[in-house]
Write a protein that binds this ligand. Sequence first.
Ligand code: FES
Length: 160
Amino acid sequence: MSDSAQQDSAFYSRRQFFVVMGSGALAVATVGGIALTGEFLEPNVLYEPPNKFLVGTPDQYPLDSVFFMAKPQIFIIREAAGYFYTLSAVCTHLGCIVNWKPQEGAIACPCHGSRFNKTGEVIAGPAPKPLNHFAMSLTVDGYLQVDKGILVDPEVILKV
Ligand code: FES
């Protein structure tokens, strides 16, 4: 093979190398672009649990009871007179989950010691505000329904 032919062959293989590398880079960029476009077209939705949910029937709750529900972080309270209300179990200080202390008749925060009475009023700080009350209703089927999207005054109760 002549020197010229060897140079042509070397040049050709170098050219082939750059063509293959360029094509590969273009293919990677195209696939990446398609993937990013697909991700962009998909809705960017944050799925949260619904605010409104059923919590059983009134007869499931004894008179003068406090029932903690961990997932929605609420207390369902049924007073001795039979009426209901729902309290948030999230401390109004820094958001810790509070606990019902039946022997003390109080709700206590394990983080910084705030205490609330059974209706959510602050009896010891540092919590700056009472626990939130959520709307509660009775469905036509006879189920108790809580709506965490609606705050109500502490005087609002559900008579069943
Ligand atoms: S978070 Fe409850 S007292 Fe601080």
